[in-house]
Design a protein around this ligand. Structure first.
Ligand SMILES: C[S@@+](CC[C@H](N)C(=O)[O-])C[C@H]1O[C@@H](n2cnc3c(N)ncnc32)[C@H](O)[C@@H]1O
Length: 238
């Protein structure tokens, strides 16, 4: 997979071997190439309302009971933004004009550009309830036919920034009521998973909720989280 994805970069520079590409990455003459390589190597598959049970839990068990003053949620491997905006629609519905915000982050700069625009193909909407489409999405016309844009009611509450989960988190990140870390742990070995989970859970408020994907597990990972249901965890209250 790595070889086939990087083959086009070898072609681009007219290189014969991956060793030569490695040297090019390190010779300082192509400062943007490293990020480009990261963008090519990451797998960014995502879609609106992926794993619907998570959204039901968020809506029925978290948002409905929310009594705080500023609800903060982090989508920690946001990819092109569908996860953040799906959550945004639920929050707009449940919390309306109250204070809430979503932070989306990813290591891939290209997906973040797409996420910031919030423009998607209409045919990627299988899981979205039509009422959300009507209320929170603007259908494109003429040259934009076949696309929709997430409405600014939701977009204005969502910020995207680059963040590598393998490096220390910036202090300015603050603390979150809910963190989604879905479909990214699968790419790491156990040791790295442990480091990332420790780091991310540090940013969770006491009593906050932590979501991973149904296809992932925290079995080999040590945490003080308690399982609420499969793939949903809660940090102990102080
Ligand atoms: C398969 S997508 C998951 C998207 C979304 N969370 C979902 O479940 O639909 C995985 C994302 O993790 C990102 N990723 C991979 N390694 C990362 C890292 N070290 N730090 C931050 N994001 C990373 C990739 O760029 C990719 O966009």
């Amino acid at each position: 997979m790595v070889a086939s994805r990087l083959a086009k970069r070898l072609l681009h520079y007219d290189l014969q071997t991956y060793g030569q590409y490695y040297q090019l990455l390190n010779n300082g003459q192509h400062p943007h190439e490293f990020q480009l390589m990261v963008n090519i190597l990451t797998t960014n598959e995502t879609y609106f309302f992926r794993e619907p049970k998570h959204f039901s839990f968020l809506q029925d068990r978290i948002i409905k009971n929310w009594r705080g003053d500023n609800f903060r949620l982090w989508s920690a491997a946001s990819s092109t933004g569908e996860e953040s905006y799906s959550i945004g629609m639920l929050l707009a519905e449940g919390l309306g004009m109250r204070k809430w915000e979503i932070f989306g982050s990813d290591v891939n700069t290209e997906v973040l550009e797409t996420a910031r625009k919030g423009v998607y193909l209409m045919d990627r909407l299988d899981n979205m309830e039509p009422r959300y489409l009507d209320k929170y999405c603007l259908k494109g016309v003429r040259s934009q036919e076949g696309y929709f844009r997430v409405d600014e009611k939701v977009r204005n509450r969502v910020n995207f920034e680059q963040l590598n989960l393998k490096t220390p988190l910036p202090r300015s990140l603050g603390q979150f009521d809910v963190i989604f870390l879905r479909n990214v742990l699968i790419y790491f070995d156990t040791e790295t998973k442990q480091e990332i989970v420790n780091r991310v859970v540090e940013a969770l408020k006491p009593g906050g909720y932590f979501f991973i994907s149904h296809s992932e597990t925290l079995h080999s990972i040590k945490t003080d989280l308690s399982m609420v249901m499969s793939s949903i965890y809660q940090k102990p209250c102080k």
